[in-house]
Design a protein around this ligand. Structure first.
Ligand code: NI
Length: 177
């Protein structure tokens, strides 16, 4: 169990493509997931991808529980997703504000597909196949982008919609992913 250091934007490791996981239910994979959970919880994040702690593997975790501090946040079930594939169900996109543990203190307005199907595996190699929309779909797209070396500012259409939390949203507490 350990809270790991989260790499920050500017570190070239965040720009690499992560390698697929080849063996499931291994002590190495369970230890990685435990560190990812501990790190995400310590930083109060909504999601975390293995490359953010310097591990080049296609592993992401995410989840948002109902929290009175964020009454507007939609619930997302806690999910471990390995070797994921995300397919948009149609071309509809919407813009929404995102943050990232690798870009602390900032927010940007990012277009994402509204409805996606995602597939992958849990830590035991059991398949996951879900069709989701809205905030859940946004979080998955953000995390899977990390596995392809993409950080959300690279998707902002108008950089005037990128700034510091305390300036954009004074007085609000926000979760990052
Ligand atoms: Ni992120």
């Amino acid at each position: 169990m350990a809270v790991r250091t989260v790499l920050k934007m500017g570190d070239s490791r965040l720009l690499q493509k992560a390698k697929p996981v080849e063996s499931f239910d291994t002590s190495e994979l369970h230890a990685l997931l435990q560190d990812m959970r501990d790190t995400m919880a310590a930083l109060n994040g909504a999601g975390l991808a293995a490359p953010q702690i310097g591990v080049s593997r296609q592993v992401v975790i995410f989840g948002v529980s109902r929290n009175p501090r964020y009454p507007q946040a939609e619930e997302v079930p806690y999910t471990i997703l390995i070797n994921p594939v995300v397919d948009p169900l149609d071309a509809t996109m919407e813009e929404g504000w995102e943050g990232c543990l690798s870009i602390p203190g900032m927010r940007g307005l990012v277009p994402r597909y509204v409805r996606v199907r995602y597939r992958g595996y849990d830590e035991y190699g059991r398949p996951i196949d879900r069709t989701v929309s809205g905030f859940h779909a946004r979080v998955v797209q953000h995390e899977v982008d990390h596995l392809n070396g993409i950080l959300y500012p690279m998707r902002i259409r108008d950089l005037r919609n990128f700034g510091f939390n305390e300036t954009l949203f004074p007085g609000q507490e926000l979760v990052d992913d």
